[in-house]
Design a protein. Structure first.
Length: 447
């Protein structure tokens, strides 16, 4: 009887220990943190952060919670997880970008890659397919699938001609404005976060969507309270789109420097700006070997075979001899000037990269390069981080839960081994990535 009693006591104690550990796992105290919260305010040193059930319960110096799992992060910096408000997913595989690559396995693999780089949330801009609209998106947002949370613009609007972007064969291509209401009605069924449209003639090489059609797209989307984002390039298109009620410029204005009149109208109309500077650098930079091309942090983001392609003399000469080479370099320089003017005018600038559209736009690395390029344009590192967190969350209308590290928000963050407050490249020094209050990655280099 005594032996049985001892066994009973042992199992009770074991059950108590397991239960306590399970409860403790939902109560975590991060100690001695250098915190950059994404709001734009200065970093806060030596703060303690209490996480309860994946939510930021309390943030303060000297905070104690004996029942919590204790993690000392002395010398480490925490920033909010990155939100990329312009990406593409599933179409890349190796050196190809095609509809055939769009599989569940490929999408999950790439969502995990984004997460390894501290990008916990992405918005895909108009090239998605039916696969993700039957519970897949909801499952990523609910944390039921691994990797970054997925938001989508559904099927984007383009011109009737199938080129460029012919592989995006599910794009909506109205020939007249009166076709738009039924197309928007069908699109609304997949619950897009935004409506995406392409307004660009690609340097005179393609037809441009007609103003009466894009005005109808904006009007019909707004009837359903869906914001509209536009691919664009030219200043005058940006002006006309702003006057027509556009909500989001999904690329930089690159043909001319922006003027005060358009700055004023964009601010008055609440237009958000996603500059995708990394896209514009990628368009010409591989004419040589950029300084980061040999860095493991970059290489880990590439599809198989892409590194060998971009460092080859053949590819470098192809980029250098492209008829668009000079235009691309000039466009990048103008984009840098314009994003600084737009930011300084008080217009919301949010991070997006167009990563994943083509193999040279590496998923995950592009987002960190974008931060560096925003600083190169003249933003401070803290302003760039806010663009990648709070502002991007605002564009996706999820800022009530994500984007900043404040009490009541979801515990989505990156632990860095050095602070990016003065050196933005330190966002690449990832020790771990956390989503919903749980560590989900040790970064792209520590698999």
């Amino acid at each position: 009887m005594k032996l049985h009693f001892r066994y009973l006591i042992f199992y009770v104690l074991l059950l108590f220990t397991v239960t306590a550990q399970a409860q403790q796992a939902d109560l975590i105290l991060l100690k001695n943190v250098n915190l950059i919260d994404g709001t734009g305010s200065a970093s806060k040193s030596d703060v303690n952060i209490l996480i309860k059930n994946g939510i930021l319960e309390s943030i303060q110096r000297g905070l104690k919670e004996p029942a919590a799992m204790q993690i000392d992060l002395k010398g480490k910096t925490i920033i909010p997880a990155i939100i990329s408000a312009h990406t593409h997913i599933g179409t890349l595989k190796g050196n190809t970008s095609s509809a055939e690559n769009y599989t569940r396995e490929n999408i999950l693999r790439q969502l995990k890659r984004y997460q390894d780089y501290g990008v916990n949330t992405i918005l895909t801009m108009g090239t998605d397919r039916p696969l993700i609209f039957n519970g897949f998106i909801d499952s990523t947002q609910a944390g039921l699938l691994p990797g970054a949370r997925l938001y989508s613009a559904g099927y984007g609007f383009n011109t009737p001609e199938s080129s460029p972007a012919s592989w995006m064969n599910l794009l909506l291509r109205p020939t007249a404005a009166d076709q738009v209401p039924s197309l928007i009605a069908d699109l609304a069924k997949v619950k897009p976060t935004v409506v995406k449209m392409w307004v660009d003639d690609h340097g005179g090489k393609a037809e441009k969507i007609k103003p009466e059609i894009y005005k109808a797209i904006i009007a019909e989307a707004h009837k359903r309270k869906i914001p509209v984002a536009s691919h664009l390039y030219n200043l005058e298109d940006a002006r006309s789109l702003t006057e027509s009620g556009l909500d989001i410029m999904a690329h930089s204005i690159r043909d001319k420097e922006i003027d005060d009149d358009l700055l004023k109208k964009m601010k008055e109309n609440g237009v958000a700006y996603i500059p995708t500077l990394s896209l514009d650098e990628f368009a010409y930079i591989y004419s040589r070997k950029p300084e980061w091309v040999e860095e493991p942090f970059f290489k880990a983001s590439l599809e198989p075979g892409v590194y060998e392609m971009i460092v080859s003399e053949k590819y470098q000469n192809q980029v250098k001899n492209s008829p668009d080479f000079e235009r691309n370099m000039k466009g990048f320089k103008i984009a840098l000037v314009n994003v600084k003017k737009i930011h300084d005018a008080g217009i919301l600038v949010a991070l997006g990269t167009d990563s994943g559209a083509f193999p040279i736009r590496a998923q995950g690395f592009s987002e960190h390069l974008e931060l560096e390029l925003l600083v190169q344009a003249g933003l401070t590192p803290m302003q760039a981080i806010t663009a990648a967190t709070k502002n991007a969350a605002t564009v996706l209308k999820i800022d009530n839960k994500y984007g900043t590290l404040e009490k009541g928000k979801v515990a989505d963050f990156i632990v860095l081994t050095a602070s990016p407050e003065k050196d933005i490249r330190n966002t690449r020094k990832i020790e771990s990535v956390w989503k919903d209050g749980k560590q989900v990655s040790k970064g792209p280099l520590n698999k």
